[in-house]
Design a binder for this molecule. Structure first.
Ligand code: NAP
Ligand code: MG
Length: 515
């Protein structure tokens, strides 16, 4: 049996030795820019006639690599190959499958700074954010490996005279794994390893903004000894090969994390039965958020300011869990806003290969354009108190932006912007704060700052989010500690990094033997 699960420790970059390791890793990764990578189907390296590149959003003239734009035929081959591999993989002892996850975790631990560096360059994560992403990926492997062993244990059933009854969990088959770019290692690794450790095989279609880190993971899985065909890497466009996977009659389940728009489309398409299809596709869709932090009269205002600033602007606000609405009661509103503005003005923005910068670029030109449009809308819906400036000459940089006096029903109060834009919403009292906190279509994360225990108790009962935080920020869920996933339009109510998660990749078989 493995040792009990323990979360991976974060790196301390204020330690000069560790800081140097990261500097060296950044230089090494930079030296590896510009290579061409392949699709990996059944262990074979395949090329496509069309290619795409991955660039550094902090300096788009840096080309990290060239990737294959997979075609529909590749998607079909990948699914067929995964079914062939499934025949042996499903019979591989769970202990061996779990062991492979532990090996993947160890290789990622050994190559931590290198993996972090790829994310610094590919998606603009600062060092601390990139390091946390790798740590979470390691945690998923270590956690799901142990979970698979737990589910393989004898499951309790009621005794019945004259019969031997058992209930066992078996895998589903071949799945499509479709992750987003914003946790390009952690989420991709979590969804993929949960599926394979349960005995399934997968076609992994990474986000088009983060194919390099996905390719690094594929190399690591192979190095750990995951057999050919168990994970098939299909880079390419979501609208093209992603759609082919989703609509294929041979796909048994879809594990998706991304936007509400794409998630709902996948749910709809997966609901259609195609000729030759023998099952109802299972969809796990983890989608967007519009997460609020309530700051109450009885809050520690300094703590609330710090929590809101970090949750709103960490990784440029590009987390599904990011705080994008601060809901503040009247009597502390002015004091909170003054302190928040002072704090936000101290945030450093610039290329994140430089450790001194807290905020890096937003992920892409299209993200930059979308967020810039929202800033224009925001200016008509409230008062710009800081930020608002954007700069895209060399990299896609947006200053941390705070908009005050926003109405609870304004667009910037309700729509996911996915960038460094915070709406501050004044409310009369705590009753109204809770009402406003629940007035979006989403229900992912939320936080409440108050010292009043009765108000905290009310939040536990009334604040309808999958991840609720009391007197701390609403980002930074840890695997196993705060199982993660939201309600309503935030997804299908799954909990990544929790004890229920592997069930989403398995089905239970009851076996009764007459004695
Ligand atoms: P996205 O645009 O929805 O893309 C997610 C993935 O879906 C990508 O791999 C994308 O491929 C693929 N895709 C696009 N169209 C598709 C289609 N028609 N069929 C199949 N696949 C398709 O989301 P994103 O911009 O990468 O990520 C940001 C979003 O993810 C935000 O809304 C955020 O809140 C959400 N998110 C949620 C969670 C959570 O746990 N709830 C966690 C992280 C992020 P391409 O890249 O090739 O288009
Ligand atoms: Mg990029």
């Amino acid at each position: 049996m493995p040792t009990p699960f323990k979360n991976e420790a974060l790196s301390d970059f204020s330690n000069p030795e560790i800081n140097k390791k990261m500097q060296d890793a950044l230089a090494k990764v930079k030296g590896e820019f510009g290579h061409e990578y392949s699709l990996v189907i059944g262990g074979e390296r395949l090329k496509s006639t069309e290619k795409f590149t991955s660039t550094n959003p902090g300096n788009p003239s840096d080309v990290l690599g060239t990737f294959q734009k997979g075609k529909r035929e590749h998607a079909t081959t990948a699914i067929e190959t995964a079914w062939k591999a499934f025949e042996t993989w499903k019979k591989t002892p769970v202990e061996d499958r779990a062991e492979l996850l532990f090996k993947i975790a160890q290789i990622m631990r050994d190559r931590k700074y290198e993996l972090s560096s790829w994310m610094v360059y590919e998606v603009g994560k600062n060092w601390v954010e990139a390091d946390a992403d790798v740590a979470e990926a390691i945690d998923f492997c270590d956690f799901y490996g142990r979970e698979a062993l737990r589910y393989a244990e004898k499951q309790p059933v009621v005794e019945w005279p004259g019969e031997n009854n058992e209930s066992v969990y078996i895998p589903l088959g071949v799945g499509a794994v479709i992750p987003p770019w914003n946790f390009p290692l952690a989420i991709l690794v979590g969804m993929t390893t949960a599926a394979i450790v349960s005995g399934n095989t997968v076609v992994l279609k990474p986000a088009s903004d983060s194919p390099a880190i996905a390719t690094k993971f594929m190399e690591i899985a192979e190095q750990a000894g995951v057999p050919a065909g168990v994970i098939n890497l299909l880079t390419g466009s979501g609208a093209d090969v992603g759609e082919t996977l989703v609509t294929s009659p041979l796909i048994r389940f879809i594990s998706f994390t991304g936007s509400r728009e794409v998630g709902l489309h996948i749910v709809e398409e997966a609901g259609k039965t195609h000729p030759g299809q023998k099952w109802i596709k299972r969809v796990v869709a983890e989608m967007g958020g519009k997460d609020g932090i309530i700051v109450d009269d009885e809050a520690d205002i300094d703590a609330a300011v710090e929590g809101v600033a970090l949750a709103a602007f960490g990784y440029q606000g590009q987390k599904c869990s990011a705080c994008s609405r601060a809901i503040v009661t009247e009597s502390v509103y002015d004091a909170f806003l003054v302190k928040l503005t002072e704090r936000v003005k101290k945030i450093t923005v610039g290329p994140v290969d430089d450790y001194a910068n807290f905020m890096g670029p937003v992920s892409s030109k299209s993200a930059f354009n979308k967020i810039s449009e929202y800033i224009e809308i925001a200016k008509t819906e409230g008062k710009l108190v800081c930020g608002g400036e954007t700069q895209s000459e060399k990299g896609y940089f947006i200053q941390p932006t705070v908009i005050a006096d926003v109405k609870p029903t304004a667009r910037i109060s309700l729509e996911e912007i996915f960038g460094p834009v915070l709406a501050v919403i004044p409310v009369k009292d705590y009753d109204e704060a809770l009402k406003v906190a629940n007035n979006t279509d989403y229900g992912l994360t939320g936080a409440v700052y108050t010292k009043n225990p009765d108000k905290l108790k009310r939040a536990k009962n009334e604040f309808h989010v999958g991840n609720l935080y009391l007197n701390r920020k609403c980002t930074g869920a840890l695997v196993g500690v705060q199982p993660f996933g939201g309600f309503n339009m935030s997804g299908t109510d799954s909990k990544a990094g929790g004890r229920d998660y592997l069930l989403l990749f398995m089905q239970a078989k009851s076996i009764c033997e007459k004695l």
